[in-house]
Design a protein around this ligand. Sequence first.
Ligand code: SF4
Ligand code: SF4
Length: 172
Amino acid sequence: MEPLTEAQRRTLEDLYQRIDERVSPIAGTHAWWPCRKGCDHCCRHLAAPLTITRLEWTYLWEGFQALPPEAQAEIRARVAELEGTQRPYTCPFLDRESGGCRVYAHRPMACRTYGFYVSRGTGNWCHLILGLVEKHGDGDIIWGNQDAMEDTLERLSGSTLSLFEWFATEGC
Ligand code: SF4
Ligand code: SF4
């Protein structure tokens, strides 16, 4: 696999930083916000295998390669197990014991925006957040624009494949 160029790395990390700058104040100023270390409900209930762009995959792959060999083998086995099964999927990168993401610093965009960004027409998908927003109100929350982020990434990034397809074509 072609490694990221410095320019690509800068672009992706800038994008991820922009997301972080939008997300952190929301969680940081609302004590009731449920997205915290230990909440792994979304990672355990994926509606479909993660679908990611080449840029994200290459960055994610760096995180995967930095894991100890046993963890890499476990993730590969989980990817193989998941093929042909039905939703909801548990993400193969989830450490099921701790509920943490094994590739947290390298996780793809959707994992960074989920719950904090909204899409035209389909809104926000996390039912935990939706339930709490109903209770506490969202008047002071500036939601991110999911469609704009997806458009940006698509322009930068080329092909988009599911995690299974990336592992099958470039995961060796
Ligand atoms: S998006 Fe929802 S399920 Fe996922 S970490 Fe945040 S609160 Fe938990
Ligand atoms: S890559 Fe990490 S954050 Fe994203 S769904 Fe998988 S375990 Fe969760």
